[in-house]
Design a protein around this ligand. Structure first.
Ligand code: XMP
Length: 508
């Protein structure tokens, strides 16, 4: 399989670069610069190497650097931002801090003909974000781009196929960024671009068929996208040697437990242990009002239940986890030796002994995981679903949790989601919250005293910040009417129009 190495020097765009490469049908692997040796790079058969940006100046005492031999391996290199400065520095050029401060944002760039800029007009817009710049071009390199403030905005040693760009081709604000990356992958590195999801499935299934032969494997299924796709992949490899345990804590959305059972047991014929532990969880949660305490109780209780169930199954050798690539990169930058805490619950028991943690999705991004899920035949409804917090409705029921409140919220939430989905409106996340407020209302001739439910919908890319979604009034109206008509205990519906910050997505 042809692959590109994204050598990470601490830049914020490492994932984005890898993504852009993969969008072109070429596999990309991110490695922190200090976690891969020159010998490993030599033997891995990379078709090309991309140096990422980074926050340092090359002259900083602890600046990340790399063995300059990397430029002599005969593997094409593209340096971006700090990576560009590092190439210049390694090859004997000089870097300086900009006299007129940093260059930041959309900037006009003028390029000269070279393989990297094939098809790029002489003048276009690029995205700049730097303070240092290359002030002395290293011997053997030509200057191939400039901006008004940056005399050496790109360099090239075409004979050795080594390129550097001060700007960020991976960012959409760079008008010809896609072309530049394509030029590097196909023109310079001569990639074929034939990496496909089907190859991934076939290769992974083959690999685990061999690796897990004769073993018994366990998977904690949450109903979320990642663990579902991981489970189906491993099931395809080893069939009934895989057992999935699905703990229903009674705080799932309407029909969620049945859906999981229908898909995994009904459709895929997987060995599935569904544990209906509603009563057990609600008993533990009785009288608890504090959000973090609710989370902790659910996390701990989940572990107890999971342990008990796996004990009943007898010894299992390995555990499947739905770790995906961003998790790998975030948890220790490339070192995923630590078990990812099961993000849908509070973490899996650390003292349970497994020979190995199986993470079949650890090289994939979320949308790639979804693509694999669809190809495996997992229903779209499950694969494309919005995120759902591990503690479930517990963090959407303000104050004490009771079965009556959970049932009330489940109904209201299902109606709101249905109205949005039927209208074709799909915010990044959308749900109902049962507030702890009751208020006076009127129904027919009688007064009522019922719950107030809050509807929440947000638009976001990363959930770190989020904007409240401008849902058309007609949809809000339909949801409000249906909720107050169909859910007896609710007599008031409000819409949350707060963004994050200052609010959070969830209410607790
Ligand atoms: P907040 O409320 O922090 O939510 O703005 C951001 C995203 O994280 C999800 N979330 C959780 N997910 N366990 C989870 O698995 C939790 O305790 C939890 N709290 C928040 C939330 O649904 C949103 O997608």
């Amino acid at each position: 399989m042809e692959k590109i190495l994204v050598l990470d020097f601490g830049g914020q765009y490492d994932l984005l670069i890898a993504r852009r490469v993969r969008e072109n049908g070429v596999f990309a692997e991110i490695r922190p610069y200090d976690k891969i040796s020159l010998a490993k790079i030599k033997s891995a058969g990379y078709k090309g190497i991309i140096f990422t940006g980074g926050p340092n100046s090359v002259y900083d005492e602890h600046a990340p650097r790399y063995d300059k031999e990397i430029l002599s391996l005969g593997i094409p290199v593209l340096g971006i931002c700090y990576g560009h400065q590092l190439i210049a520095y390694m090859a004997g050029g000089k870097i300086r801090s900009a006299e007129h401060g940093s260059e930041y944002g959309k900037t006009d760039v003028y390029v000269a003909p070279c393989a990297l800029f094939s098809g790029v007009p002489e003048k276009s817009v690029c995205w700049m974000s730097h303070t240092d710049y290359v002030c002395e071009t290293p011997a053997g390199f030509a200057v191939t781009a400039r901006t008004d403030n940056c005399p050496v905005a790109a360099i090239a040693d075409e004979a050795r196929r080594i390129y550097g760009v001060q700007f960020h081709p991976e960012v959409t604000h760079t008008a010809y960024g896609k072309e530049i990356l394509r030029n590097f992958l196909f023109g310079v590195c001569r990639c074929a671009g034939d990496w496909k999801m089907d190859d991934f499935i076939e290769k992974t299934v083959c690999e685990y068929k061999e690796k897990l032969a004769g073993k018994r494997v366990l998977c904690a299924l949450s109903g979320g996208v990642d663990s579902s796709v991981a489970a189906v992949l491993i099931h395809r490899a080893i069939g009934d040697a895989l057992t999935c345990v699905f703990v229903d804590h009674g705080l799932l959305r309407k029909n969620e437990g049945d859906d999981v059972e229908r898909v995994f047991h009904g459709q895929f014929k997987m060995k599935l242990v569904r544990v209906n532990a509603e009563e057990r969880f609600l008993t533990k949660l009785a009288g608890v009002r504090e959000p973090e305490k609710k989370r902790k109780i659910i996390g701990e209780e989940f572990i107890r239940v999971f342990e008990e169930e796996s004990r009943k199954l007898g010894k299992t050798d390995d555990l499947v986890q739905g770790t995906i690539y961003p998790d790998v990169v975030e948890s220790g930058k490339g070192d995923a030796s630590t078990i990812k805490s099961h993000h849908n619950v509070g973490g899996l028991p650390t003292h349970m002994e497994f020979e190995e943690i199986i993470e079949p999705l650890r090289t994939l991004f979320k949308d790639e995981v979804r693509a694999v899920g669809l190809k495996l035949g997992i229903p779209e409804k499950l694969v494309m679903r919005q995120p759902f917090p591990g503690p479930g409705l517990a963090v959407r029921i303000i104050g004490e949790i009771t079965k009556e409140k959970a049932d009330t919220l489940r109904e209201a939430d299902a109606i709101f989601r249905e109205e949005l989905e039927n209208a074709g409106v799909r915010p990044s996340q959308y749900f109902a919250v049962l507030t702890d407020t009751k208020s006076v209302g009127v129904m027919g001739d009688a007064g009522t005293y019922g719950y107030t439910v809050a509807l929440r919908a947000v638009t976001t890319d990363d959930f770190m910040t989020a904007d409240w979604t401008r849902i058309p009034y007609d949809i809000l109206d339909a949801a409000s009417r249906r909720i107050t008509n169909e859910v007896k205990t609710i007599n008031r519906v409000v819409y949350d129009i707060t963004s994050k910050p200052p609010a959070t997505v969830e209410w607790e």
